[in-house]
Design a protein around this ligand. Sequence first.
Ligand code: SF4
Ligand code: SF4
Length: 511
Amino acid sequence: MTASSRPQPAPIDHPNVFDALRLPVLRRIARWRWGRLVFQPPLLAVAVLLMYDGFTGPQNAAQNLATVVPWVHYRGLVIVALLLVGNLFCMGCPFMLPRTLAKRFSLPGRRFPQFLRGKWLAIAGLFTLFFLYEWLDFWASPWLTAWVIAFYFVASFALEAFFSESAFCKYVCPLGTFNFVYSTVSPLQIRAKDTDICRTCVGKECINGSYSPQPLILIDHIGVNGEPDKTHSHDAKGTPGCGTLLFAPQMQSSMDCTLCLDCVRACPHDNVGLLARAPGSELLNPDALPRRYDMAFLLIALAFMGLVNAFGMVPPVYDLLQQIADSLGLTALGWSNTAIEAVALGLVFVVGGLLLPIALSLLAASAGRALTRTRKRDSLRVALASFAPAFVPIGFGFWAAHYGFHFLIGFLTIIPVFQNFLLDHRIAGFGQPNWALGGISDLSVIGLIQTVFVLGGFLWSMMIAQRTALRLYRRQGMLGFLPWALLLTAMMLASLWLFAQPMEMRGTVFD
Ligand code: SF4
Ligand code: SF4
């Protein structure tokens, strides 16, 4: 993003706008050069612990930290964090520590290839992770989960060492992409507090860095008004600029923001805040996200992947896989069950997670343009991308219902699993594991919470789609809204059916 490519939002330095970074402890962490180390080393220690237990501990998924922590607790807590605050996981991401080392000690890197700078790789990464998760049963294998974590460290380190920007976070990381998409519903967002100050700011340190060993745009040593500024050292003790190339005064979305707070540290005018906003308000802002096919399909496909991923956990999927295997004659080929499942499940995922969202959303966009007679005025891309943000709340509802199920049913399992780990390593003093500990055992309560997430997300999506249609098509708004309303309603009904099915209780002793 360049300084001139986006309209600048109006100044918002109003005393009534809540800035989370004004809170005393957060303010210190945000301004402190090593502030990120408050969160990263503890999470790095957790990641190492998970790998250690995954490789060496009991291979029963319900008794191993490597499977219980990521697949039950991490996913549930990510949903809570996104809903209440924002992209907190990326803020403390343990994979960033070796990544930062790579950045410090590598030679000046090259830019990530132009043709890969979009969301296509991220869509492929998400799809691959979800498919492998179901096919190889990551949730049931501490050993495989430990390998996934190890792979993550290697991949993030390698990409950071080769490329100048944070290519792994911005273009590849499936976990980060999930958080980027759903942090658009969060109540807090990084923004410049007063864009008038930004207009006269010479160094634009929030993006360029007060010092960076691999500056993206070399403006180091330029201070405010041409003088070296007093608040920042423009040397190796300085702060890098935004790794994902966001420019604070033009930010209208949380997309791509890892909440690393580097921009807060780098800004010499204390002009970047973590400001309150109406949750999801950016989804109603037509300028918040670029109107590109890759961005639109990311938002839409991730909602569909939420359905497909949940479908992989309910009994009807096994009947469907068997029917696919029989109708394709796979069982007669003498293949292993794993190979047959790869083909059958792969088909379900490709159709449900990629082909259906692409086909149905293009159909809805075409129908909307035809009904409102705007085919000449709006391209298919513009019509599609305008409505894509409406798929964020419903998608968030699906994932919250799914991940919430595992979390609510098993959040206390961490206690006996950790006790067991300590006993295995002869660290006494924490008692015998009580394997009966789980979470909420009343499935009707969990079902109610799931329904609230699904219906809440659906209604929120309908509101966004309706307002988008009224903005785009004016008096023809209800006609333009119709195809999208039908698609969202069909997705909502499918999810209600899905979540009414008995689900596998992964990561608990009730597997
Ligand atoms: S460094 Fe601070 S004042 Fe300068 S452009 Fe960035 S946010 Fe604005
Ligand atoms: S530096 Fe970039 S990614 Fe980090 S908090 Fe600021 S805008 Fe977000």
